[in-house]
Ligand binder design. Structure first.
Ligand SMILES: [Fe+2]
Ligand SMILES: [Fe+2]
Length: 142
């Protein structure tokens, strides 16, 4: 069983957001494997770099998709994203200062945050998309 398991209750848009989330889950597992197998600092550092970069990119793309869909809780959602990015940056600094234990801590932080955030906050977009009335068919003569 993987350290971070993808599950059906994490589905948001059956599209690009889910693809990003799946990729993030995969990267968290890679980071976890690299730290538990005691891989070198360079390997761990590289995965960490990729993961942080990919997370920031995902959050930006997700906010853009939410804005486009007219998601009403975007501002609140953005605050949650910003707080998380801040936390990640702090941990990355500590890793760069030499604390290898931070990498293992990061896989836990990322797994727990993503798991909860996707299921609770991103899920609100899923609910919103499902409740949104379907676009009305063109009326004849208009
Ligand atoms: Fe997300
Ligand atoms: Fe989000």
């Amino acid at each position: 069983m993987a350290y971070f398991e993808w599950a059906e209750d994490m589905v948001i848009d059956q599209g690009p957001i889910d693809e990003d989330h799946r990729k993030l889950v995969q990267l968290v597992n890679q980071l976890h494997d690299a730290t538990t197998e005691g891989r070198g600092r360079d390997v761990v550092g590289e995965i960490l770099e990729q993961l942080i970069h990919y997370t920031a990119e995902h959050l930006g793309k997700e906010e853009a998709a939410m804005a486009q869909a007219g998601f009403p809780h975007l501002e609140r959602h953005k605050v949650g994203h910003q707080a998380f990015v801040g936390q990640l940056q702090q941990l990355q600094c500590r890793y760069q200062e030499g604390s290898i234990a931070v990498a293992a801590q990061l896989s836990t932080v990322l797994r727990d945050w993503l798991s909860l955030h996707i299921r609770r906050s991103d899920k609100e977009l899923n609910t919103f998309l499902q409740q949104r009335p379907a676009p009305s068919p063109p009326r004849p003569g208009h």
